[in-house]
Every structure is written in structure tokens, then in C-alpha cells.
Ligand binder design. Sequence first.
Ligand code: NAP
Length: 482
Amino acid sequence: MLCLTLTEATVDANKQYIKKYCNDADLFELRLDCLNLDEMPKAVELSHTCKTDIILTYRRMIDGGRRKVSEEDRLQVLRTCVKNGDFSYIDMEEDLEDSELNALVEAKQMNIIRSRHDFDSVPDDVSKDLMNLCKHPGEIPKLAVMPKSVADMLRLLDGYRNTSMTRFILLGMGNFGVWSRILGPHLGGFLSYVSVPNQSAAPGHIDIETMSRVYPLDRLSSNGHIFGIIGNPVMHTKSPVLHNAGFDAAEVDAMYVPFTVDSVEDFITFAEKLPVDGFSVTIPHKQAIIPFLDTQTEAVQAIGACNTVYCKDGTLNGDNTDAPGFMAPLVPEIKKGMKACIIGAGGAARAIIYGLQKAGVEVLVVNRTESRAQELAEHFNCAYGSINDINLISQYNDILVQTTSLGMVPDVERDPVAGYEFTGKEIAYDIIYKPLMTRFLTRAQAAGCTIITGDKMLLEQGYLQFKGFTGCEYPREVTPRI
Ligand code: NAP
């Protein structure tokens, strides 16, 4: 089930969200610690009018609550709400013992969620701690923990796997726990909490619109396939939006999840246990993953970087879709004897040089730090020079590929080859996709050049991964705006 946590200061504002999201959420959690004090009586009224079940929660500050309040005052509000209201669930902390409140809850036959929040760590034996939380039969234990590494993620996953309870809530907070908010119900959890957009109720909460659109819980059956992306940081990536839209349209029983990863080695253990059927690899793990691969394509070997791993029968098979992804929009433009200048000598440049050379294009690489251009030139047996050598660049200007990070938001006015004047005959390709029209491309377009924007490479490499993951072509007509 999906539970929307309501954190507005007034009941009327919360009511608006109930109305807006009643088809997306299976239940609501009303957070009394977020309500203005004079709104408390209206909380009772809300419980009588809302058709969907509500969890009544008055979070203490030590558990992530937002109001400093004496324990007696908090209990008094809870007692009043339970006595006069019509709430289906109440969240009670593991150390909360109040006979008066207990009696009221029992009289109303409310479900008790018995909760513990650990903002520092993940316990050694999660399933044991989960089981020990319940004070009385029928309670639903809720354990929220804070994984800070993949090693912590592994203990959290063991918690899901080892629990024998039929109803439990288990979740990891923060970036290392996001996968558990998406996959928790798939792993047997009773519910997953989400926030109202732009009002994160707890660390790592996903908002209800993203959850419903990108990670709908009912997309993945118990036999469904799990894919994802590993990186650090990784939460900004648009890959889940792309792949999950493809799964929906192609009716593939799968979910694509972002995994924040600090240790590639630990993630491989995690991926075997979950299990993960394949994953994209982004910065900083594209090289680090290589020693763990059972097989690798010629592209991975030549480029020295792997951006895709297919997991099959216990083996990890590495590929690199950056090179063919980069080449896809360029191929129709390529003619025999063309020369290309690659501006920049970072990670992306490696796949690009490889792709161009395979297509028979003669390559020059120029960079701010010339020694890095030299290293690449020695590896790929191509020409190199300084980014300021406009004469040299002019000798390789059939195709100009901008691969530096200069010109990306927020520095959108920057251009790494500002001194180069386009003739209008060049194909200008910028792999930056934020913004789509960089200063470099704007100048090229004004001169009459053919231009290619960075979203093409991003999408094409994703389409190829999708094909590798699922065996189906990506349904391009559903490509989301990146
Ligand atoms: P990287 O390995 O960090 O390399 C960064 C490159 O930018 C280096 O050549 C660096 O030169 C250069 N650079 C940075 N600041 C500069 C400055 N002030 N003046 C001149 N050059 C500068 O990064 P990467 O992974 O190659 O990625 C580079 C860009 O490509 C990023 O914007 C990334 O978002 C984009 N990208 C797009 C796609 C896509 O699918 N469209 C895929 C991958 C990457 P030095 O060596 O002198 O530091």
C-alpha cells in the first residue's frame, strides 16, 4: 500500500491533498506534530469525513517530529483524537506506555503501528529487532533505519528476507534507503510512505507524484525483474524515468531503481541477494566495476569503462552503450575521410573517440590539461593538442564534439572554444544536455552548422540498455522529456 504523509499546518490544506491524491494513495498519515495547535479539533472532524483510512501520528522530536511539546500534552491530544475521532491506525512508539490511551485504542479497535526510528544506523539483526518491537499481538511493527553504505543496505535487505511476520513496515531513510521505499512492499512490507510534492516528510521520502508515475507499486509482480542504476550521487539521474516509462509501455514486469553505492564489491553481493537482473553504471563506478565482470565486450576493454551490466545465471556481463549511443545520431552524417576534434579528455571522451574511430573517422583530442589529452591520444593512437590551439582544431573540423562540462547549468554562458569561429560546414555535437542549447551549439547554429544536442546520446544509450535488459526495442513514442 502507498501511504501519503500529510504535513500541512492546517486541516483544510491537508484536505486539499486528500482530494487531489485519493486515487493514488491507499491511506493517509496525518502528522499532528505538523498541524497548528488551534487546528487539533479539526483533525477529529477530518477523520469522520475522509473515506480513506488514516494513520494518526503525533511524532516526537527525537523521532523526527516537528513540534516541541511535553509528553503529557502530546498524549492528551492523542487521547482526545482517538476518543472522538474515527482513525483506523495509530502510530505508537515502542516505549510509549499509557494505559488510558491503550484502553481508548482498544475500545475503538484501532490498528497499532509500533514504531522505532533509528537516524544513525541499521541494527545487526533487523528482523529480530522488528519482531521484538510488538508489545501486543496484532500490532504492526515499523522500523525506520538509516543506511549509510551498501553494507548497511545488505543488513536491511536481510531484514526483509528473514522476517517471518505477515504485516510489518521496514524502511531505510536517506539516499542509501531509497530503493527500500520503492521495493519495500514488493519485499513483503505492509506499506511505503510518500510525501506531498516539495514537502519531504522524512529523509529519502519520494513524493507521491514521482512514486505514482515512475515507481507505481503495482507495476512489479512478485516474479518481476529488478533493474537499476548505481552511482554516487545518483538521485538526480533521469534513467529511472526513461526505463520505467518503457516498461509501462512495453508491458514489461520490471522496476528500475536508483541505488546509491559506495562500494561496488558490496553492491554485487546485494545485487545477487535482491536479485538485480541488470544495472546501469554511472560516475564514479564505470572503471571500478570492471574487475568484477565475468565477461566484457570489446567496447568495455577498449574504452576502459563499463556503463551497463547484465546479470545472468550468476554471472556479470559488462557492456558500454555510451559509444553506440553517441554515434547513433551521427551515423547518417558521416562520410568517408572525415576528421573530428574532441574537445575535452574526460571519461565521456573515451567512449566517443572509440565510437568515431570504429566509424573510420580520424580523431584529434584537445583539452585544457594537455597531458590528459596526450594520455588519451596514446591509448587510442590519435592526435592531441591544447584546447587553445585554434589552428589545430581547424584542421579537424568536419565534426566538433564538445565533451567538457563547461557550459552546463549554471555556467551556461561558458564556451570552452570561444575563440573558434564556425565556418558553417561543421557538424557540432555537444554532449551536455542541461541546457540543450549550449553557448557552443548556439554559435554553431547561428553560423549554419548541423547541430546535435546532448539528449540524443543520453537517450540512445538508454534505449540500447533497455534492449539489453528486456530483449525488446524501447517504445520511443513514450520517451519522457529529459
Ligand atoms: P570528466 O571526466 O569530469 O571530464 C571533464 C572534462 O571537462 C575534462 O576534459 C576537463 O578538462 C574539462 N573541463 C572541466 N572544466 C573545464 C574548464 N573550466 N575549461 C575547460 N575544460 C574544462 O566528465 P565526463 O564524464 O567526461 O563528462 C563531461 C560532460 O559530459 C558532463 O557535462 C556530462 O554531464 C556530459 N555527459 C553527457 C552524456 C550524455 O549522454 N549526453 C554522457 C556522459 C557525460 P581537464 O582535464 O583540464 O580538467
